[in-house]
Design a protein around this ligand. Structure first.
Ligand code: GCO
Length: 451
Protein backbone atom coordinates (compact mmCIF):
# COMPACT_ATOMS: atom_id res chain seq x y z
CA UNK A 1 0.00 0.00 0.00
CA UNK A 2 1.35 3.42 -0.88
CA UNK A 3 1.31 6.12 1.77
CA UNK A 4 -2.35 6.77 2.55
CA UNK A 5 -3.98 10.14 2.35
CA UNK A 6 -5.71 11.38 5.52
CA UNK A 7 -8.96 11.31 3.54
CA UNK A 8 -8.60 7.54 3.17
CA UNK A 9 -9.48 7.37 6.87
CA UNK A 10 -13.10 7.61 8.04
CA UNK A 11 -14.60 11.08 8.55
CA UNK A 12 -13.92 12.31 12.09
CA UNK A 13 -10.81 10.15 12.51
CA UNK A 14 -8.75 12.04 15.11
CA UNK A 15 -5.08 12.72 14.38
CA UNK A 16 -2.96 13.83 17.26
CA UNK A 17 0.37 13.82 19.00
CA UNK A 18 1.31 12.78 22.52
CA UNK A 19 3.57 13.89 25.35
CA UNK A 20 3.75 13.34 29.10
CA UNK A 21 4.27 15.59 32.10
CA UNK A 22 7.56 14.32 33.49
CA UNK A 23 9.09 14.01 30.05
CA UNK A 24 8.51 17.61 28.93
CA UNK A 25 7.40 19.95 31.72
CA UNK A 26 10.51 20.50 33.83
CA UNK A 27 9.82 22.98 36.68
CA UNK A 28 10.23 19.99 38.97
CA UNK A 29 9.89 22.07 42.12
CA UNK A 30 7.93 25.06 40.82
CA UNK A 31 4.28 25.90 41.11
CA UNK A 32 4.00 24.07 44.39
CA UNK A 33 4.76 20.72 42.78
CA UNK A 34 5.72 17.93 45.16
CA UNK A 35 8.52 15.43 44.52
CA UNK A 36 7.66 12.54 42.22
CA UNK A 37 9.17 9.06 42.22
CA UNK A 38 10.96 10.00 39.00
CA UNK A 39 12.51 13.08 40.61
CA UNK A 40 13.80 10.72 43.27
CA UNK A 41 14.77 7.84 40.96
CA UNK A 42 16.88 10.13 38.73
CA UNK A 43 19.05 10.92 41.75
CA UNK A 44 20.09 7.25 41.96
CA UNK A 45 23.63 6.91 40.53
CA UNK A 46 23.55 4.99 37.25
CA UNK A 47 19.76 4.94 36.99
CA UNK A 48 19.68 7.24 33.95
CA UNK A 49 22.01 6.58 31.01
CA UNK A 50 23.25 10.17 30.74
CA UNK A 51 22.82 11.01 34.42
CA UNK A 52 20.03 13.46 33.61
CA UNK A 53 16.52 13.99 34.95
CA UNK A 54 13.27 15.70 34.07
CA UNK A 55 14.10 18.64 36.32
CA UNK A 56 14.16 20.94 33.26
CA UNK A 57 13.33 18.64 30.32
CA UNK A 58 11.75 20.77 27.56
CA UNK A 59 10.81 23.54 30.02
CA UNK A 60 7.26 23.06 28.81
CA UNK A 61 5.95 24.46 32.09
CA UNK A 62 7.10 27.87 30.85
CA UNK A 63 7.11 27.32 27.09
CA UNK A 64 3.74 25.62 26.67
CA UNK A 65 2.26 28.37 24.42
CA UNK A 66 5.06 27.82 21.90
CA UNK A 67 4.59 24.05 22.10
CA UNK A 68 0.84 24.28 21.59
CA UNK A 69 1.56 26.57 18.63
CA UNK A 70 3.71 23.75 17.22
CA UNK A 71 0.86 21.27 17.64
CA UNK A 72 -1.59 23.68 16.05
CA UNK A 73 0.86 24.35 13.23
CA UNK A 74 0.96 20.64 12.42
CA UNK A 75 -2.78 20.65 11.95
CA UNK A 76 -3.54 17.91 14.47
CA UNK A 77 -7.09 17.60 15.78
CA UNK A 78 -6.09 16.48 19.29
CA UNK A 79 -3.26 16.73 21.78
CA UNK A 80 -2.57 14.04 24.36
CA UNK A 81 -0.78 15.29 27.48
CA UNK A 82 -0.53 14.02 31.03
CA UNK A 83 -1.23 15.67 34.35
CA UNK A 84 1.43 15.46 37.05
CA UNK A 85 -0.29 14.15 40.17
CA UNK A 86 2.34 15.87 42.39
CA UNK A 87 1.26 19.25 40.94
CA UNK A 88 -2.32 18.61 42.05
CA UNK A 89 -1.64 16.94 45.40
CA UNK A 90 2.04 17.55 46.27
CA UNK A 91 1.82 14.89 48.99
CA UNK A 92 -0.42 12.65 46.94
CA UNK A 93 -3.48 13.30 49.08
CA UNK A 94 -5.02 16.32 50.76
CA UNK A 95 -8.12 18.19 51.76
CA UNK A 96 -7.91 20.44 48.74
CA UNK A 97 -6.02 20.18 45.44
CA UNK A 98 -3.29 22.74 44.77
CA UNK A 99 -4.87 25.84 43.25
CA UNK A 100 -1.55 26.61 41.54
CA UNK A 101 -1.35 23.15 40.04
CA UNK A 102 -4.92 23.23 38.77
CA UNK A 103 -4.39 26.72 37.40
CA UNK A 104 -1.43 25.56 35.32
CA UNK A 105 -3.43 22.79 33.68
CA UNK A 106 -6.46 25.04 33.31
CA UNK A 107 -4.34 27.54 31.36
CA UNK A 108 -2.85 24.70 29.33
CA UNK A 109 -6.28 23.27 28.45
CA UNK A 110 -7.60 26.72 27.55
CA UNK A 111 -4.55 27.12 25.33
CA UNK A 112 -5.43 23.89 23.53
CA UNK A 113 -9.04 24.91 23.03
CA UNK A 114 -8.19 28.35 21.66
CA UNK A 115 -5.92 26.60 19.15
CA UNK A 116 -8.57 24.10 18.10
CA UNK A 117 -6.82 21.18 19.82
CA UNK A 118 -9.04 18.59 21.51
CA UNK A 119 -7.44 17.89 24.94
CA UNK A 120 -6.79 14.25 25.84
CA UNK A 121 -5.63 14.03 29.45
CA UNK A 122 -3.70 11.09 30.87
CA UNK A 123 -4.09 11.00 34.63
CA UNK A 124 -1.10 8.78 35.35
CA UNK A 125 2.00 8.73 33.16
CA UNK A 126 4.29 7.31 35.87
CA UNK A 127 5.02 10.34 38.08
CA UNK A 128 3.60 9.14 41.41
CA UNK A 129 4.01 11.57 44.33
CA UNK A 130 7.06 10.42 46.27
CA UNK A 131 5.13 10.90 49.53
CA UNK A 132 2.86 8.02 48.51
CA UNK A 133 5.86 5.88 47.61
CA UNK A 134 7.10 6.42 51.15
CA UNK A 135 3.91 4.65 52.24
CA UNK A 136 4.33 1.73 49.83
CA UNK A 137 3.25 3.36 46.61
CA UNK A 138 1.20 1.16 44.28
CA UNK A 139 1.89 -1.86 46.50
CA UNK A 140 -0.34 -0.22 49.13
CA UNK A 141 -4.05 -0.58 48.41
CA UNK A 142 -4.59 2.88 49.92
CA UNK A 143 -2.97 4.38 46.82
CA UNK A 144 -5.97 3.24 44.80
CA UNK A 145 -8.28 5.51 46.82
CA UNK A 146 -5.78 8.35 46.57
CA UNK A 147 -5.74 7.93 42.78
CA UNK A 148 -9.54 8.01 42.58
CA UNK A 149 -9.62 11.17 44.72
CA UNK A 150 -6.99 12.79 42.48
CA UNK A 151 -8.93 11.76 39.37
CA UNK A 152 -12.15 13.22 40.79
CA UNK A 153 -10.48 16.50 41.75
CA UNK A 154 -8.92 17.00 38.31
CA UNK A 155 -12.05 16.01 36.41
CA UNK A 156 -14.10 18.31 38.62
CA UNK A 157 -11.91 21.28 37.68
CA UNK A 158 -11.17 20.46 34.04
CA UNK A 159 -14.07 18.24 33.01
CA UNK A 160 -16.03 21.16 31.61
CA UNK A 161 -13.36 21.39 28.87
CA UNK A 162 -11.57 18.02 28.84
CA UNK A 163 -13.85 15.31 27.44
CA UNK A 164 -11.32 12.50 26.93
CA UNK A 165 -9.57 10.91 29.91
CA UNK A 166 -6.98 8.14 30.01
CA UNK A 167 -6.56 6.70 33.50
CA UNK A 168 -3.21 4.92 33.20
CA UNK A 169 -0.48 4.94 30.60
CA UNK A 170 1.02 1.49 30.15
CA UNK A 171 0.45 -0.18 33.53
CA UNK A 172 2.78 -2.97 32.36
CA UNK A 173 5.69 -0.52 32.44
CA UNK A 174 4.74 0.89 35.83
CA UNK A 175 4.44 -2.60 37.30
CA UNK A 176 7.24 -4.58 35.66
CA UNK A 177 9.86 -2.01 34.63
CA UNK A 178 9.35 -0.17 37.91
CA UNK A 179 8.91 -3.05 40.32
CA UNK A 180 10.46 -6.18 38.71
CA UNK A 181 13.20 -5.12 36.32
CA UNK A 182 13.96 -2.06 38.46
CA UNK A 183 14.93 0.12 35.47
CA UNK A 184 12.09 2.59 36.02
CA UNK A 185 10.95 4.40 39.16
CA UNK A 186 10.70 3.39 41.97
CA UNK A 187 13.47 0.93 40.94
CA UNK A 188 12.34 -2.19 42.81
CA UNK A 189 13.16 -5.77 41.83
CA UNK A 190 10.44 -8.05 43.13
CA UNK A 191 8.34 -10.06 40.66
CA UNK A 192 5.61 -10.93 43.15
CA UNK A 193 5.35 -7.28 44.24
CA UNK A 194 5.19 -6.22 40.58
CA UNK A 195 2.18 -8.49 40.03
CA UNK A 196 0.43 -7.06 43.10
CA UNK A 197 1.21 -3.52 41.91
CA UNK A 198 -0.22 -4.41 38.51
CA UNK A 199 -3.43 -5.59 40.14
CA UNK A 200 -3.76 -2.38 42.15
CA UNK A 201 -3.15 -0.30 39.01
CA UNK A 202 -5.95 -2.10 37.20
CA UNK A 203 -8.40 -1.78 40.09
CA UNK A 204 -7.49 1.89 40.44
CA UNK A 205 -8.20 2.32 36.72
CA UNK A 206 -11.80 1.21 37.21
CA UNK A 207 -12.18 3.43 40.26
CA UNK A 208 -10.78 6.40 38.33
CA UNK A 209 -13.22 5.84 35.45
CA UNK A 210 -16.07 6.00 37.97
CA UNK A 211 -14.56 9.09 39.61
CA UNK A 212 -14.15 10.93 36.29
CA UNK A 213 -17.70 10.13 35.26
CA UNK A 214 -19.03 11.32 38.63
CA UNK A 215 -17.14 14.60 38.32
CA UNK A 216 -17.60 15.16 34.60
CA UNK A 217 -20.77 13.55 33.27
CA UNK A 218 -20.49 12.71 29.59
CA UNK A 219 -16.70 12.41 29.66
CA UNK A 220 -15.12 9.61 27.60
CA UNK A 221 -12.77 7.45 29.67
CA UNK A 222 -10.39 4.61 28.93
CA UNK A 223 -6.93 3.20 29.58
CA UNK A 224 -3.78 3.03 27.44
CA UNK A 225 -1.98 -0.32 27.20
CA UNK A 226 1.38 -1.15 25.67
CA UNK A 227 0.50 -4.21 23.59
CA UNK A 228 2.67 -6.35 21.32
CA UNK A 229 2.01 -9.04 18.72
CA UNK A 230 3.88 -12.07 20.06
CA UNK A 231 5.65 -14.59 17.82
CA UNK A 232 7.49 -17.77 18.82
CA UNK A 233 11.21 -17.87 18.06
CA UNK A 234 10.80 -21.38 16.64
CA UNK A 235 8.20 -24.07 15.95
CA UNK A 236 9.65 -26.02 18.89
CA UNK A 237 7.16 -26.78 21.68
CA UNK A 238 9.20 -24.97 24.32
CA UNK A 239 9.27 -21.71 22.33
CA UNK A 240 5.64 -22.10 21.34
CA UNK A 241 4.66 -22.48 25.01
CA UNK A 242 6.90 -19.56 25.95
CA UNK A 243 5.21 -17.34 23.38
CA UNK A 244 1.82 -18.31 24.78
CA UNK A 245 2.97 -17.51 28.33
CA UNK A 246 4.50 -14.21 27.20
CA UNK A 247 1.35 -13.19 25.33
CA UNK A 248 -0.47 -14.05 28.53
CA UNK A 249 1.45 -11.66 30.75
CA UNK A 250 2.17 -8.98 28.14
CA UNK A 251 -1.33 -8.71 26.66
CA UNK A 252 -4.06 -10.97 28.08
CA UNK A 253 -3.18 -10.16 31.71
CA UNK A 254 -4.59 -6.70 31.01
CA UNK A 255 -7.12 -7.24 28.24
CA UNK A 256 -8.94 -10.13 29.90
CA UNK A 257 -9.82 -8.49 33.25
CA UNK A 258 -10.53 -5.12 31.60
CA UNK A 259 -13.12 -6.92 29.47
CA UNK A 260 -14.74 -8.68 32.41
CA UNK A 261 -13.05 -12.09 32.07
CA UNK A 262 -10.81 -12.00 35.14
CA UNK A 263 -7.16 -12.97 34.95
CA UNK A 264 -6.23 -15.62 32.36
CA UNK A 265 -6.17 -19.07 33.94
CA UNK A 266 -3.04 -20.24 32.09
CA UNK A 267 -1.04 -17.29 33.42
CA UNK A 268 -2.39 -17.70 36.94
CA UNK A 269 -1.27 -21.34 36.78
CA UNK A 270 2.17 -20.32 35.51
CA UNK A 271 2.49 -17.72 38.29
CA UNK A 272 1.58 -20.04 41.13
CA UNK A 273 2.26 -18.36 44.48
CA UNK A 274 3.41 -15.17 42.74
CA UNK A 275 -0.16 -14.49 41.61
CA UNK A 276 -1.62 -11.32 43.16
CA UNK A 277 -4.03 -11.27 46.04
CA UNK A 278 -7.45 -10.37 44.62
CA UNK A 279 -10.03 -9.09 47.08
CA UNK A 280 -13.80 -9.35 46.74
CA UNK A 281 -15.08 -6.84 44.21
CA UNK A 282 -11.68 -6.10 42.69
CA UNK A 283 -12.38 -7.80 39.35
CA UNK A 284 -15.69 -5.98 38.93
CA UNK A 285 -13.93 -2.67 39.56
CA UNK A 286 -11.28 -3.48 36.93
CA UNK A 287 -14.06 -4.28 34.46
CA UNK A 288 -15.78 -0.91 34.83
CA UNK A 289 -17.02 -0.32 31.27
CA UNK A 290 -14.87 2.10 29.28
CA UNK A 291 -15.59 4.22 26.23
CA UNK A 292 -12.39 3.33 24.39
CA UNK A 293 -9.18 1.32 24.57
CA UNK A 294 -5.90 3.16 24.06
CA UNK A 295 -3.16 1.13 22.41
CA UNK A 296 0.50 2.09 22.27
CA UNK A 297 2.09 0.13 19.43
CA UNK A 298 5.81 0.20 18.78
CA UNK A 299 6.98 -3.29 17.83
CA UNK A 300 6.22 -7.03 17.99
CA UNK A 301 8.13 -9.38 20.29
CA UNK A 302 9.72 -12.68 19.24
CA UNK A 303 9.84 -15.00 22.23
CA UNK A 304 11.96 -17.98 23.19
CA UNK A 305 11.82 -20.26 26.21
CA UNK A 306 14.16 -19.29 29.04
CA UNK A 307 14.46 -22.37 31.25
CA UNK A 308 15.07 -21.35 34.86
CA UNK A 309 14.55 -17.72 33.95
CA UNK A 310 12.93 -15.18 36.23
CA UNK A 311 9.20 -14.60 36.23
CA UNK A 312 7.49 -16.64 33.51
CA UNK A 313 10.79 -17.87 32.04
CA UNK A 314 10.59 -16.24 28.64
CA UNK A 315 13.04 -14.04 26.78
CA UNK A 316 12.77 -11.62 23.89
CA UNK A 317 15.01 -12.47 20.92
CA UNK A 318 15.64 -10.50 17.71
CA UNK A 319 12.76 -10.43 15.25
CA UNK A 320 14.16 -12.03 12.08
CA UNK A 321 14.56 -9.75 9.10
CA UNK A 322 13.27 -6.61 10.75
CA UNK A 323 15.24 -3.36 10.44
CA UNK A 324 15.78 -1.62 13.76
CA UNK A 325 15.26 1.86 15.12
CA UNK A 326 18.13 3.59 16.90
CA UNK A 327 16.61 2.18 20.10
CA UNK A 328 17.05 -1.37 18.72
CA UNK A 329 13.29 -1.85 18.30
CA UNK A 330 12.23 -3.92 15.26
CA UNK A 331 10.34 -1.94 12.62
CA UNK A 332 7.31 -4.07 11.71
CA UNK A 333 4.38 -1.97 10.51
CA UNK A 334 2.29 -5.04 9.74
CA UNK A 335 2.55 -5.86 13.44
CA UNK A 336 0.25 -2.92 14.10
CA UNK A 337 -2.44 -4.35 11.83
CA UNK A 338 -1.93 -7.80 13.34
CA UNK A 339 -2.28 -6.44 16.86
CA UNK A 340 -5.33 -4.27 16.20
CA UNK A 341 -7.22 -7.00 14.33
CA UNK A 342 -6.45 -9.45 17.14
CA UNK A 343 -7.72 -7.06 19.78
CA UNK A 344 -10.87 -6.51 17.75
CA UNK A 345 -11.38 -10.23 17.11
CA UNK A 346 -10.82 -11.30 20.73
CA UNK A 347 -12.22 -8.38 22.74
CA UNK A 348 -14.43 -6.22 20.51
CA UNK A 349 -13.74 -2.87 22.23
CA UNK A 350 -16.26 -0.10 21.54
CA UNK A 351 -13.53 2.09 20.11
CA UNK A 352 -9.76 1.95 19.80
CA UNK A 353 -7.27 4.79 19.64
CA UNK A 354 -3.59 4.43 18.84
CA UNK A 355 -2.46 6.65 21.69
CA UNK A 356 1.21 6.26 20.81
CA UNK A 357 3.26 5.23 17.80
CA UNK A 358 6.61 6.65 16.80
CA UNK A 359 10.30 5.89 16.59
CA UNK A 360 13.70 6.90 17.79
CA UNK A 361 16.41 7.57 15.23
CA UNK A 362 19.82 9.18 15.52
CA UNK A 363 18.80 12.65 14.45
CA UNK A 364 21.66 14.85 13.26
CA UNK A 365 20.70 18.51 12.95
CA UNK A 366 22.33 20.52 10.16
CA UNK A 367 24.07 23.82 10.82
CA UNK A 368 20.69 25.49 11.08
CA UNK A 369 19.32 22.92 13.51
CA UNK A 370 17.14 21.22 10.89
CA UNK A 371 16.81 17.43 11.01
CA UNK A 372 16.20 15.62 7.75
CA UNK A 373 14.76 12.52 9.43
CA UNK A 374 13.71 10.49 6.40
CA UNK A 375 13.72 7.26 8.42
CA UNK A 376 11.10 8.60 10.83
CA UNK A 377 8.99 9.84 7.92
CA UNK A 378 9.15 6.39 6.29
CA UNK A 379 8.32 4.78 9.64
CA UNK A 380 5.22 6.90 10.09
CA UNK A 381 4.03 6.49 6.51
CA UNK A 382 4.29 2.70 6.77
CA UNK A 383 2.46 2.64 10.11
CA UNK A 384 -0.27 4.97 8.87
CA UNK A 385 -0.82 2.47 6.06
CA UNK A 386 -0.91 -0.37 8.60
CA UNK A 387 -3.53 1.53 10.61
CA UNK A 388 -5.62 2.00 7.48
CA UNK A 389 -5.46 -1.72 6.80
CA UNK A 390 -6.82 -2.29 10.32
CA UNK A 391 -9.65 0.18 9.72
CA UNK A 392 -10.53 -1.57 6.46
CA UNK A 393 -10.47 -4.91 8.31
CA UNK A 394 -13.21 -3.62 10.59
CA UNK A 395 -11.27 -2.40 13.62
CA UNK A 396 -13.14 0.52 15.24
CA UNK A 397 -9.99 2.61 15.15
CA UNK A 398 -11.01 6.22 15.79
CA UNK A 399 -7.71 8.04 16.11
CA UNK A 400 -3.92 7.98 15.98
CA UNK A 401 -1.51 9.95 18.17
CA UNK A 402 2.12 10.20 17.11
CA UNK A 403 4.74 9.90 19.85
CA UNK A 404 5.94 12.58 20.23
CA UNK A 405 5.37 16.27 19.55
CA UNK A 406 8.82 17.05 21.01
CA UNK A 407 12.08 15.29 21.67
CA UNK A 408 11.93 14.73 25.41
CA UNK A 409 13.22 12.89 28.50
CA UNK A 410 13.17 9.22 27.53
CA UNK A 411 13.09 7.74 31.04
CA UNK A 412 16.14 5.55 31.81
CA UNK A 413 17.70 6.67 28.51
CA UNK A 414 17.62 10.31 29.53
CA UNK A 415 18.03 12.64 26.53
CA UNK A 416 19.96 10.13 24.45
CA UNK A 417 16.87 8.96 22.55
CA UNK A 418 14.85 11.29 20.36
CA UNK A 419 11.26 10.51 19.28
CA UNK A 420 10.05 13.98 18.44
CA UNK A 421 8.47 15.43 15.33
CA UNK A 422 10.18 18.55 16.64
CA UNK A 423 13.88 18.73 17.47
CA UNK A 424 14.69 20.23 20.86
CA UNK A 425 18.13 21.73 21.47
CA UNK A 426 18.21 21.23 25.24
CA UNK A 427 21.05 23.73 25.70
CA UNK A 428 19.01 26.55 24.18
CA UNK A 429 15.51 25.05 24.37
CA UNK A 430 15.11 26.00 20.71
CA UNK A 431 12.43 23.97 18.93
CA UNK A 432 12.69 23.20 15.22
CA UNK A 433 10.21 21.03 13.30
CA UNK A 434 11.95 18.08 11.70
CA UNK A 435 11.35 16.90 8.14
CA UNK A 436 8.99 14.25 9.57
CA UNK A 437 6.98 16.99 11.25
CA UNK A 438 6.74 18.89 7.98
CA UNK A 439 5.68 15.69 6.26
CA UNK A 440 3.01 15.03 8.93
CA UNK A 441 1.76 18.61 8.53
CA UNK A 442 1.45 18.08 4.76
CA UNK A 443 -0.38 14.79 5.37
CA UNK A 444 -2.82 16.45 7.75
CA UNK A 445 -3.47 19.48 5.60
CA UNK A 446 -3.90 17.61 2.32
CA UNK A 447 -6.88 18.84 0.44
CA UNK A 448 -9.66 16.30 0.13
CA UNK A 449 -9.59 14.74 -3.34
CA UNK A 450 -11.98 16.14 -5.90
CA UNK A 451 -15.36 14.30 -5.72
C1 GCO B 1 6.05 4.47 26.57
C2 GCO B 1 5.72 5.75 27.14
C3 GCO B 1 6.43 6.93 26.54
C4 GCO B 1 7.78 6.63 25.92
C5 GCO B 1 7.64 6.26 24.45
C6 GCO B 1 9.00 5.92 23.85
O1 GCO B 1 5.27 3.99 25.75
O2 GCO B 1 7.05 3.90 27.00
O3 GCO B 1 4.33 5.99 27.03
O4 GCO B 1 6.55 7.76 27.65
O5 GCO B 1 8.60 7.76 26.00
O6 GCO B 1 6.84 5.15 24.30
O7 GCO B 1 9.56 4.87 24.58
Amino acid sequence: MTTPDRHDFPPGFAWGCSTSSYQIEGAAREGGKGESIWDRFCQRPGAIRDGSSGATACDHYHRWPEDLDLAQGLGVDAYRFSIAWPRIFPDGVGERPSAEGLAFYSRLVDGMLTRGLQPWATLYHWDLPQALQERGGWLNRDTMAAFADYAHAVAHHLGDRVKHWITHNEPWCTAFLGHHEGVHAPGLRDFRAALQVCHHLLVSHGDAVAAVRAAAPGAQAGITLSLHPIRAASAGPADQAAAQRHDGLRNRWFLDPLHGRGYPADVLAALGDDAPRVEAGDLARIATPCDFLGVNYYFPETIADAPGGEGIATRVVPTPGAPLTAFGWPIVPEGMTELLTRVQRDYRPAAVYLTENGACFDDVPDADGFVQDDARQRFLAAHFAAALRAVRAGVPLKGYFVWSLLDNFEWAEGYTRRFGLTHVDYATQRRRLKASGEWFRHFLRAESPAP
